[in-house]
Design a protein around this ligand. Structure first.
Ligand SMILES: *Cc1c(COP(=O)(O)O)cnc(C)c1O
Length: 407
């Protein structure tokens, strides 16, 4: 006999006893100075608390403004800007899975962990992926790239602007895109950690798809990402014969929501509102001023770290400013440093996928002078506490000097 009475005591899965968030989270939030997510401005946090109709008039207006602002941030006139519910990797998979399929020749320029992810996504959609392996702490020369393009005749070239894992900056990006373009290939750029922290000009540099996440340079929340396709890339999306196997990531379906005010899936409305505010703050600041702020803060941080006696991981020529890699002194592990600085100083920094470094981010709200002083102090004190002979006052003095000279 079916019964309608449900008794928790007799249920197979008993009701769990859990702690509240207040019990789990520290009373004062940790200062998020790692490789992302980064601190968010109050306007972004406030927007993230709001839920509205995902298909109503207000949302249509918000989506229109998000696209307009994103075009400025991507520096593109292309109509084909879309958002995606998901991490930066979902935007990456949207680029790869819409533009590549069974047999597509893809050349992946592999600088590290994240640029390898694009190659892996290409293999998973059945593309014929060749990778140009680049040694750690360096970038491929244009000759090497030209030679790989001649050899592999790719239809698509993938490249990361800033390889967050080993903190390498692909400063040749514009020339790489030009080489690929002149060979008839489409160029996909991962700008997850770099967008709005340093110049990237999608149209002027001839880039066909740019992807970014919310939680890095843009200082929004994780979970809502952005992608822009060029007209040539969009023509390839529209011209494919077999549909994208990833239904949620199908750009033609996403067009319904992002361009025709229709339904694809329920958009992450709060996250889109948060992204709107993050983009609005970028526009209010202007890209020029934002790039200058990032550059000044990152160089000052690097000065402070070096002056206290720690070593920066990447040579200056290809050093990424958006995420700074710092060698961990012999005898310590990245985990030792990260857990000490978090516990004792309430500052969060990152390790890096097995490399002997810790990473401090310089993205969005991380690039504020007060956050830099707290971070340099906390890092220096952590080293002293762990028995490393650093000169902390010299580090703080160098930071101050670089910041005041850079004004
Ligand atoms: C963080 C990052 C990603 C991955 O972003 P998720 O939001 O974690 O998926 C990809 N590429 C680069 C360069 C990144 O910095």
């Amino acid at each position: 006999m079916p019964t309608s009475s449900f008794t928790p005591e007799s249920s197979a899965v008993p009701c769990p006893v859990v702690e509240s968030l207040d019990a789990i989270l520290p009373e004062e939030p940790l200062l998020m100075m790692g490789a992302g997510p980064v601190p968010i401005p109050a306007a972004v946090a406030k927007a993230n608390t709001i839920v509205i109709n995902h298909l109503g008039g207000a949302m249509v207006k918000v989506i229109g403004q998000v696209k307009t602002m994103a075009r400025y941030v991507f520096q593109t006139q292309s109509k084909w800007v879309l958002g995606v519910a998901g991490p930066g990797s979902a935007a990456m998979e949207m680029a790869i899975s819409n533009l590549a399929w069974e047999g597509t020749r893809v050349l992946a320029i592999k600088n590290g962990f994240f640029s390898e992810r694009m190659a892996e996504m290409g293999r998973r959609v059945g593309a014929q992926v060749s990778t140009l392996e680049v040694a750690d702490r360096s970038v491929a020369s244009l000759e090497q790239i030209a030679e790989a393009i001649r050899r592999e005749r790719p239809e698509i070239v993938t490249v990361v602007q800033g390889e967050t894992s080993n903190t390498v900056w692909n400063y040749h990006l514009k020339d790489i895109a030009a080489l690929a373009k002149s060979a008839g290939a489409l160029v996909i750029v991962d700008a997850v950690c770099t967008l709005s922290t340093m110049p990237l000009e999608m149209d002027a540099w001839g880039i066909d798809a740019v992807i970014t996440g919310g939680q890095k340079g843009l200082s929004s929340i994780p979970g809502v990402s952005l992608i822009a396709f060029s007209d040539a890339a969009w023509a390839r999306v529209k011209g494919r014969t077999a549909p994208n196997a990833h239904w949620c990531l199908d750009a033609s379906l996403a067009e319904n929501f992002w361009h025709n005010a229709g339904y694809h899936y329920t958009a992450p409305v709060s996250g889109v509102l948060a992204l709107h505010e993050a983009l609005r703050l970028v526009c209010a600041e202007t890209l020029e001023k934002r790039f200058a702020r990032h550059l000044k803060c990152s160089l000052a941080l690097q000065d402070g770290v070096a002056a206290m006696g720690l070593k920066l991981y990447t040579p200056a020529a290809c050093r990424l400013n958006s995420v700074v890699g710092i060698e961990v002194p012999a005898g310590l592990s990245p985990g030792d440093v990260c857990s000490h600085i978090s516990r004792q100083h309430q500052v969060e920094i990152s390790g890096s996928f097995g490399l002997p470094i810790v990473r401090v981010g310089q993205m969005g709200e991380q690039c504020r002078e007060h956050n830099l002083f707290r971070t340099v102090h906390a890092l220096g004190r952590t080293m002293v506490d762990l028995g490393v002979g650093v000169d902390l006052p010299a580090g703080v003095a160098a930071l101050e000097r670089a910041l005041s000279e850079g004004k």
